[in-house]
Ligand binder design. Structure first.
Ligand code: HEM
Length: 464
């Protein structure tokens, strides 16, 4: 990677560092929100669940978006083998996103919400976010050159970046009274845009995964292969049509829902298979040199198949009625955003932040232990939510005489297990986040220390 003068900030890396801070925020607010499952009403006067949930969910979304953006910019720079043009505008992009995302979290603390799900901040903040994304598009396109003979990850980034803006604008169409006044129209557009937005950031993350796989194996075999281009076209199709499975409860045609569901499952399957096949092409030496990014890629692969398994169960009508609107859905969403998105982003962060100046990876027992802590915790976390969801549905359908309070008491052991495994996730992620941040900080500090010494010696020599 290109060296930066010690007084200058490398903004492609700054995106990843900032993303890690949002991950820390997601974990902290997640734990506080989960505490309210065990002690209902805990701290309600200062931080109610209605505030903690958006603080947690938005922090998680910001972590994914900033992490994906930072990975694209860092890997794009490595692909180009030169510093990107428009450094000033990359800096502008960084500050626009950091300030708007930070502003959204602060506004939640003051009780300012839009009332929408997931993007719950005031619609005024959508303006800087859309402008920031346009700056991202300009920064990407001005460095792109031609699309001819480009590897698949360039196509994925290119498409993902353009579609994100489109779907983001779409998700704000509710501000138009004619849409807001029509519930079905409003909900359909909302879920369609959210589904496509996830599809767009998945393209950024999949593209970065393919880049990383090539970088580890030292060949461009995968990024030009037919299988990966098939994944690209499927993801593109999915991005446009996967929303079908987000609108089950709305009165739309059945075939739209079926196509959406089938395509999103095929996409996950293909992505999982690509990592699986790539694994066998990596030599032992390459694997050991890149051990941390490699491990996280593999862990994400396991979670791709676990998420697929749960999704297959959800597609069986007899099981679906027990899952809809319960903690099983939360397990599905968090399983995917932690096990797939976050693990892949951590793999990129380990690759981008985890290297010394000489190109070797630094050693950290903390990160290695953290890897196992989050994986084991996530299994318990996921199972606890699924079981809690099923118990609640069983009560709804088969135990109408049992009072709500009694049912909630029977959920308590599962909520406690959810909370304890959530603490495990918090600790495990901290064991990764802090060494990554500090290693980079110390590396830059050492660099400036040596530079200062060098300059000092130089001055002394001149004086002599
Ligand atoms: C990388 C870490 C995490 C990510 C990316 C993440 C992501 C998410 C997402 C996307 C949702 C919305 C789910 C939905 O609406 O279906 C959610 C909800 C939630 N998460 Fe997390 N989460 C993370 C870690 C945690 C941790 C460590 C805890 C603590 C135990 C936690 C507790 C919660 C709670 C309590 C909810 C609200 C569920 C409800 O509405 O009842 N999360 N999280």
């Amino acid at each position: 990677m290109e060296q930066y003068p010690n007084h200058k900030i490398n903004y492609s890396v700054a995106f990843i560092k900032m993303a890690l801070l949002f991950l820390l925020s997601a974990l902290s607010f997640g734990l506080l929100a989960a505490l309210q499952y065990i002690i209902p009403g805990f701290g309600r006067d200062t931080f109610s669940f209605e505030k903690l949930r958006p603080l947690h969910v938005s922090s998680a979304v910001f972590w994914i978006i900033l992490g994906a953006m930072g990975s694209v910019i860092s890997f794009f720079r490595q692909h180009k083998r030169r510093k990107l043009k428009n450094q000033f505008w990359i800096k502008v992009q960084f500050y626009i996103f950091t300030l708007s995302f930070g502003g959204a979290l602060v506004s939640y603390c003051f009780g300012i919400f839009s009332g929408r799900e997931y993007w719950e901040f005031h619609p005024l903040l959508a303006i800087p976010i859309a402008i920031g994304w346009i700056v991202f598009i300009v920064n990407f396109l001005s460095n792109l050159g031609t699309l001819k003979n480009q590897p698949v990850y360039i196509w994925m980034w290119f498409t993902g970046i353009l579609f994100f803006l489109f779907t983001y604008v779409e998700s704000n169409l509710w501000l138009i009274p004619a849409i807001n006044d029509n519930l079905v129209k409003d909900m359909t557009i909302q879920w369609k845009s959210y589904g496509s937005m996830v599809g767009s950031w998945n393209l950024l993350i999949y593209g970065s995964s393919i880049f990383l796989m090539d970088a580890i194996s030292g060949s461009k075999k995968y990024s030009y292969s037919n299988l990966v281009f098939a994944l690209y076209f499927l993801s593109l199709f999915n991005l446009m049509f996967n929303w079908g499975h987000h609108i089950y409860t709305l009165p739309t045609s059945l075939y739209i829902k079926d196509i959406g569901y089938l395509v999103s499952m095929t996409e996950l399957f293909l992505f999982g298979r690509i990592i699986y096949l790539w694994r066998s092409s990596v030599t032992t030496a390459q694997k050991y040199f890149h051990i941390r990014p490699y491990r996280f890629l593999l862990a994400a692969d396991v979670w791709v198949f676990l998420t697929l398994g749960l999704a297959v169960c959800m597609s069986i009508p007899a099981l679906n009625i027990y899952m809809h609107g319960t903690h099983v859905i939360v397990a599905h969403t968090m399983g995917a955003t932690i096990g797939i998105n976050s693990f892949l982003l951590i793999a990129f962060a380990c690759y981008i932040l985890g290297k010394k100046k000489n190109g070797n990876f630094f050693k950290s027992k903390w990160i290695d232990i953290g890897f196992w802590v989050i994986n084991i915790s996530l299994v318990f976390f996921w199972i606890s939510l699924i079981v809690a969801g099923f118990i609640k549905s069983h009560w709804m359908f088969h135990q109408p005489d049992v009072p709500f309070g009694v049912m909630m008491m029977s959920l308590k052991p599962w909520f406690i297990s959810f909370y304890i495994s959530g603490c495990g996730l918090f600790i495990g992620f901290c064991m990764i986040i802090f060494p990554l941040l500090f290693n980079h900080l110390l590396r830059d500090e050492n660099n400036s220390f040596f530079k200062r010494k060098e300059n000092h010696n130089l001055k002394e020599m001149v004086l002599d």
